[in-house]
Design a protein around this ligand. Structure first.
Ligand code: NAP
Length: 464
C-alpha cells in the first residue's frame, strides 16, 4: 500500500551505506531539507568517517577538523550510526529495502586500479591503498607486510595519494611525532633503510595530478632532498599552451614549485625524493620478489589538454625492491546493486542508480562510488547535496517500505550475532583513543583491530 512519506506520521526512512564524508554530507543535506526523516548510517567498520580516518594523511591534522562538522550532523535528532555492519554480508540489500524507503550508497572506492604489467603481483609490489591504510591503522591493512629495509622505493603515479606516500616515507620520526600515525607504522618507519624514493609520472610537469600545497611540502622536509631534472622542465608547444590557459591555475602553481626544485642543489640529506617525468613502468622484475622496475621513456602526443604519453622505445631499470602503485582507486560491487565494472562505480544519473537506463526506485549513490575517485573531502558536499535533490524530487512517487522500523533491523542483526556500534559507542572509543594519544604526545592512538574495538566497547558496557 502506498503511503505519504516524509510526514510527521510517517517520516522518510533512509539508510546510508558507508559512513564516510559523502555519507555524512548526504545525511546533512537530508536534515537541511527540514523534512521528517530518519537516517540510519551503516558502515562495515566499527568506526565512522571513512577516508577522513583511514585515508587523510596522519600528518595533515588540520584537514581532520572537518570531523567536528560530521559530529554535529551525527548529533541531529533522527540520525543513528550503525557501525560494524557489512551490508551484503550481515544484512542484504533486499532486507534493507524492507525497512527503508531510500537506500543511499556512499561506499567509496575501496580498491586500486591495476597497471596490467608483468611482475605486478610479485612480493614487494603493493597498492598505495594498502600502505595508506597501514599507516593510518585501518584494520584491513594493519598486518600487511611491507619490507622497509629496501633502500630504493618506487611510487607509480603522481596524484596526491602518491605524494602522501612519498612524504610519509621521507619524514623523520621527529616530523611525525605530532601526527596520529598508527604506532606500528611509526615504529617500522623509524627503522627504515630507505634512501631513494622515486615518484614516477608518465606525463610531464604540466599534467601532474598533485596540487601545489602537497608538492610544496616535499621541498620542506627535514632530512630529505627533492630532485627534479631541469631537462624535464623544458615544455613542448602543447604543454606551454596548457600552461598559458588562464583557467589552468593548478598547472601554473605546480610548475612554479617544480621549477624551483629543479634549480636546487642536493644538500646531502639522508633521503632523496626523485620526481621523475615522462616515464611509464613496463615491468617489475624478479622471481618471487621485486628486484627492479623497468621504465620506458615517453614523449607527449596530441592536442593541448589531451596529450597522451607515447613510448619512445628507450628504457631504464631502477633498482627498487619496494613498489607502490598509486594510479587511482576503484569502487567494489555490493550484491543486489547494479555495478559498472569498467569505471568501478554504480551506474547512475544525478545519483539515481540505474539498471540499464531505468532508475532503480529508492536506490541512490553519492561520493566516489557515484562519480569515481576524484576531488577532495569537500567535493563530496555538493555531490551529496545533488543526490539528495534527486531523492527529494522522487519522494512523492516512492512506494514506502513494508516494515518501517529500525528495531526490526536491529533484531535481524542481533539474531546474526552482529555487535552493532552506535555513535555513543564511538564517542567512548574516540575518548579512549585521545586519552591513549595524550600519554605519548599524539592527537590520538588508534585502535587498529576490529576485535579490540568490540571488546573495549563490551568492557565499557559492563562498567556502565
Ligand atoms: P589521481 O589524482 O587520479 O592520480 C592518479 C595518478 O596516476 C596520475 O598521475 C595518473 O597519471 C597516474 N596514472 C594513472 N594510470 C597510470 C598508468 N597506467 N601508468 C602510470 N601512471 C598512471 O589519484 P589519487 O592520487 O589516487 O587521488 C584520488 C583523489 O583523492 C584525487 O582527487 C586527489 O586529489 C584526492 N586526494 C587529495 C589529497 C589532499 O587533498 N591532500 C590527498 C590524497 C588524495 P595521468 O594523469 O597521466 O593519468
Amino acid at each position: 500500500m502506498s503511503q505519504t512519506l516524509a510526514t510527521e506520521q510517517r517520516p522518510l526512512r533512509v539508510a546510508i551505506i558507508g559512513a564516510g564524508p559523502s555519507g555524512f554530507y548526504a545525511a546533512d543535506a537530508l536534515f537541511r531539507a527540514k523534512i521528517p526523516v530518519v537516517v540510519d548510517a551503516f558502515d562495515r567498520l566499527p568506526t565512522p568517517f571513512g577516508l577522513l580516518r583511514g585515508g587523510v594523511a596522519p600528518d595533515h591534522q588540520q584537514m581532520k577538523t572537518v570531523g567536528k562538522y560530521y559530529e554535529r550532523v551525527a548529533a541531529t535528532p533522527g540520525f543513528s550510526f550503525w557501525g560494524n555492519v557489512k551490508v551484503g554480508q550481515d544484512i542484504s540489500v533486499e532486507e534493507l529495502k524492507r525497512h527503508y524507503d531510500v537506500l543511499i550508497f556512499s561506499s567509496g572506492a575501496e580498491t586500486d586500479r591495476h597497471l596490467e604489467i608483468p611482475g605486478e603481483s610479485l612480493i614487494g609490489s603493493n597498492t598505495a591503498t594498502a600502505f595508506v591504510g597501514w599507516y593510518n591503522g585501518h584494520p584491513d591493512y594493519r598486518d600487511h607486510p611491507f619490507d622497509l629495509t629496501a633502500e630504493a622505493v618506487a611510487i607509480i603515479g603522481q596524484g596526491n595519494v602518491a605524494i602522501d606516500v612519498a612524504r610519509i616515507l621521507a619524514k623523520t620520526p621527529h616530523e611525525l611525532k605530532d601526527s596520529d600515525i598508527a604506532d606500528h607504522a611509526m615504529q617500522a618507519l623509524a627503522k627504515t633503510n630507505i634512501k631513494d624514493i622515486y615518484l614516477i609520472g608518465r606525463r610531464g610537469p604540466v599534467q601532474s595530478a598533485f596540487t601545489e600545497l602537497e608538492i610544496k611540502e616535499l621541498g620542506e622536509l627535514e632530512d630529505c632532498d627533492v630532485i627534479v631534472n631541469p631537462k624535464d622542465m623544458v615544455l613542448n608547444a602543447e604543454s606551454q599552451a596548457e600552461l598559458d590557459d588562464p583557467t589552468n591555475n593548478k598547472a601554473r602553481k605546480n610548475v612554479a614549485v617544480l621549477h624551483e626544485f629543479s634549480t636546487r642543489q642536493p644538500q646531502g640529506k639522508k633521503k632523496r625524493i626523485h620526481v621523475l617525468f615522462f616515464k611509464s613502468p613496463i615491468a617489475m622484475n624478479g622471481e618471487s620478489h621485486v628486484t627492479g622496475l623497468t621504465l620506458e621513456h615517453n614523449h607527449l602526443e596530441g592536442p593541448a589538454g589531451k596529450q597522451k604519453a607515447v613510448a619512445s622505445g628507450e628504457t631504464e631499470t631502477l633498482p627498487c625492491t619496494l613498489v607502490f602503485r598509486s594510479v587511482g582507486y576503484r569502487g567494489v560491487p555490493i550484491e543486489g546493486v547494479p555495478f559498472d565494472p569498467k569505471r568501478g562505480v554504480f551506474p547512475n544519473e544525478a545519483g539515481r542508480i540505474l539498471d540499464g537506463v531505468a532508475p532503480v526506485p529508492g536506490m541512490y549513490c553519492s561520493g566516489w562510488i557515484k562519480r569515481g575517485p576524484s576531488g577532495v573531502l569537500g567535493t563530496n558536499k555538493p555531490d551529496s547535496a545533488a543526490t539528495i535533490a534527486s531523492v527529494l524530487e522522487d519522494v512523492p512517487n516512492l512506494k514506502g517500505c513494508d516494515v518501517p522500523d529500525s528495531e526490526a533491523v536491529r533484531a535481524v542483526l542481533n539474531s546474526r550475532q552482529v555487535q552493532v556500534v552506535s555513535f555513543e559507542d564511538w564517542k567512548h572509543l574516540d575518548a579512549e583513543e585521545v586519552r591513549r594519544g595524550e600519554t605519548v604526545g599524539k592527537p590520538r592512538e588508534k585502535f587498529t583491530r576490529v576485535e579490540d574495538v568490540l571488546s573495549f566497547l563490551r568492557s565499557v558496557l559492563i562498567e556502565k
